[in-house]
Design a protein around this ligand. Structure first.
Ligand code: EPZ
Length: 441
């Protein structure tokens, strides 16, 4: 059983999710925009911020560095006054180690403000090794010295400040792209970053940096060019919607034969997902206020999916969608090319009755980095298979939401343990489930 009842959710499955919910700002943008505020000795205001754990972690880390952060959770407005910044006490920073991947992005801003930074050991979902070699390589090329890496953190200094550099990413890493942008905007001279990622969340971060006074361009070949500037000022910005949460609820509508209006969902960031959703047989209707996703009642069709960087099919979309694919009529294939171990969540689905087999081979049109290595990064899902409720332990954020969807789609009761992990990235998901008619407590 879960350590405490707060961490356990009892679900009576088999009821379609029907109704309307609101999705607010993107988890993988708002946290980075909050870090960007650190660059300017000024006040910044961020709107459409969801009430999720990642926001609290970044707020606490900013406060440890002497920054004033005011969070109006109901209004979704975060006000950051970064006029004063100080080095945080290592012991305090350690308390946040292991809780998120965001702290590494404090490096650039702290090096500009203070000439040094202590970064706690990172956390984040165990969906792969999650190395930060690209991040450290970028900081070194920009002139920083990574003094030492030890169990609970990294000490970085840049006594002579940062200078522009020519940087190429071996893989279009989202985090390493953000690392470079946050560090290069005030580096002396020009920085060229090739092989970058250009996710919508990254382009929203570029918009924030431009509002602050930065000079950043991106070429057709995904090369960013940054011209360092002396001064940056605070920004006012409204976050784009969380397209991962929106797609998660769309997958829940398919898996439970439901009908969900996701207020705030926007089409441009979800085009690839919408194409796949339609090929499976889901219906959607796009309005100015959001997107309605529903199961039309006839059988779902199997699909072959290959995850990739933007504008490809997003890796964070596949886990919730796999649950819907267990109800499709035939064989579906998912080739996960971004993370080497992102199918661990399928084990409990098989125990609930799904037929899913994992393979080391690249079951897709492109051989990826995990070819010929020992990672089971391709999945074949056979359906339709009825799911039966059971006790489930949540493995990671998106896998956890997939287990929730499976419990809701299954017949009979399920006890989902460790659900507070889902609070990291899904604002008020319990309230939303109730609004959609789920039978939970
Ligand atoms: C961000 O993680 C997101 N997290 C992830 O969402 C998302 O899945 C991922 O980007 C890809 O879109 C946040 O933004 C907080 P990466 P990030 O660097 O930046 C390798 C969620 O559920 N790599 O693009 O950590 C890495 O091992 C989370 O919201 C290196 O080898 O992802 C992986 O194979 C899950 N060295 C690949 O790049 C490095 O230094 C992509 O990782 C960095 C990355």
């Amino acid at each position: 059983m879960a350590e405490n009842s707060k961490d356990l959710l009892h679900v009576e499955g088999g009821k379609p999710l029907v109704g309307s919910i609101q999705v607010r700002g993107a988890k993988n943008f708002v946290s980075k925009a909050m870090v960007a505020a650190l660059l300017a000795p000024d006040t910044s205001v961020l709107k459409n911020v969801p009430q999720i754990r990642d926001v609290h972690v970044v707020s606490d880390l900013l406060r440890l560095h002497g920054v004033n952060v005011d969070v109006d959770e109901a209004a979704g407005i975060v006000t950051i006054d970064a006029k004063k910044v100080q080095l945080a006490d290592v012991a305090d920073v350690d308390t946040l180690s292991g809780s998120s991947r965001i702290p590494i992005l404090f490096s650039g801003p702290l090096l500009h403000r203070l000439g040094e930074a202590f970064i706690p050991a990172l956390g984040g979902c165990n969906i792969g090794g999650r190395p930060i070699d690209f991040h450290l390589e970028t900081l070194r090329k920009l002139g920083a010295k990574v003094d030492k890496e030890h169990a609970d953190g990294i000490h970085i200094t840049a006594p002579d400040g940062l200078h522009g550099a020519k940087i190429h990413l071996p893989y279009p890493s989202v985090g390493a792209t953000e690392q470079t942008l946050l560090a290069a905007v005030q580096a002396e001279g020009k920085t060229e970053l090739s092989g970058a990622a250009t996710e919508p969340e990254i382009m929203d971060l570029v918009a924030v940096l431009q509002k602050m006074g930065a000079i950043i361009s991106v070429d057709v070949d995904r090369t960013f060019r940054i011209e360092g500037v002396k001064e940056l000022k605070g920004y006012r910005h409204t976050s784009l919607t969380d397209r991962i949460e929106a797609a998660s609820w769309a997958s829940a509508a398919l898996a439970t034969q439901g009908d969900i209006f996701v207020k705030g969902a926007t089409q441009p960031e979800m085009m690839t997902f919408l194409n796949v959703f339609r090929k499976i047989g889901g219906q959607f209707d796009i309005t100015d206020e959001g997107i309605r996703f529903w199961h039309p009642g006839n059988e779902l069709k199997p699909v072959a999916i290959e995850t990739d960087v933007h504008p490809g099919f997003m890796t964070d979309w596949q886990q919730p969608l796999v649950v819907a694919l267990t109800q499709a009529n035939g064989l579906s294939i998912v080739h996960e090319t971004v993370y080497e171990q992102r199918f661990g969540f399928t084990r409990p689905l098989v125990d609930m009755g799904a037929t899913i087999q994992l393979y080391k081979e690249c079951l897709g049109s492109l051989p990826c980095r995990f070819q010929q290595r020992n990672y089971k990064h391709s999945a074949v899902i056979f359906g339709p298979t009825p799911l039966t409720g059971r006790e489930i332990d949540v493995p990671d954020l998106r896998g956890g939401f997939s287990h929730l969807i499976a419990a809701l789609a299954a017949s009979g009761p399920s006890d989902v343990n460790g659900i507070s992990l889902i609070d990291r990235g899904y604002e008020d998901f319990r309230g939303k489930l109730v609004a959609l008619g789920a039978d939970i407590d």
